[in-house]
Design a binder for this molecule. Sequence first.
Ligand code: GLU
Length: 455
Amino acid sequence: MTATLTDFHPLAESVQPVFDTVLARSPHEPEFQQAVHEVLGTIAPVLEKHPEYVEAGILDRVVEPERQIMFRVPWVDDAGRLQVNRGYRIQFSSVLGPYKGGLRFHPSVNLSIIKFLGFEQIFKNALTGQGIGGAKGGSDFDPHGRSEAEVMRFCQSFMSELYRHLGEHTDVPAGDIGVGGREIGYLFGAYRKITNRHESGMFTGKGTGWGGAEVRTEATGYGAVFFAQEMLAVRGDSFEGKRVGISGSGNVAIYAIQKATQLGATAVTASDSSGYVVDDAGIDLELLRQIKEVERGRIVEYANRRASARFVEGGSVWDVPVDIAVPSATQNELSLADAESLIGNGVLAVSEGANMPCVPDAVAAFQRAGVLFAPGKAANAGGVATSALEMSQNASRQRWTFGDSENKLREIMSDIHRAAFDAAEKYDVGGDYVAGANIAAFQRVAAAMLAQGVI
Ligand code: GLU
């Protein structure tokens, strides 16, 4: 689904020319335009306070990727047929550290989607405060329905080009939709073979037996829940006894369900592209993991095997009444009508587990209704923050325990919440976490760009 640009955070005159250039240069990239619009719509007050940023053309530069790599990925399927996919790596900004961001394998992947993700990643990574730049990559390859051997051959072909652009001090990919532990294993193996280097720090999300960090798998979902916990705490509230609605059934959704449940809530939904399940008894995590991670099956299977659950084909998971929503499927999955249903059902907080899952009109509706709303670049930053912890452990050849890593993640999410909250207060948009997160992140990126000169 493509969202239309709206008057949510309308552009100030000072930033309009930058947006016009983006439209002229990238006319067929609606998701990228949407992500840029959202940032530009909130940072004009920072430019007013810092005319030196305007002088140095910080905005004109930050919306243009440092480097864009697109490449052919040829491979042979099990039937002996030649297949060709397209590979991408958008190295958006290395001003705060090596390029960092995941790889997405999904048939919907195109330049617009990878650019929007790469752009978001600059600011998300800045919010973590951990010295990582912004990038994203992937391919329109669809791992679903492919054999293990096909996935491996694809990963090897993909890496036979991408390897030359990577390195622990250059660019460090990780997973995203369609790229989990299995794919990361094949990609890392191919890199090691081609370069003759076991360079642990060039990839994150690795298996814990070969350089991966504890909690990396859980981090994005846990982090989105920790962020919501922080927002609720400001209002003296918590997860205890709440009904939580979660979309998706991948890595982010599964661990958001787990953490919400551990905090005393009941997570009642999960979904995939075929529909959603509602389980008033609370999602049985082991069953969901068995179906999604082990069998790689469809969500309907969950309802088939669980008496308390029902499957709804198509429809919207956001019709289910919940107190807290954690959209964790994909971009622009939650429409204005969905936001209105959630608001009508009394939702208190929305924390974006996915990247940009709510369309701008939906975000505006939540904010107008006084619903606590956490944008993905703050709420789902726990994943990439834990990737940075993995890089630290790789560099120092240390291994931290699960407990230590989870505590560190909780602390980072609390710091991100504080940074976004304080920035919003400081710029008189108190409670607007979209503006707060953008302002806090932009200031870090802009200050570093200014210090490092026109480059
Ligand atoms: N793809 C994840 C994200 O959207 C993780 C990136 C990483 O760990 O590098 O932030």
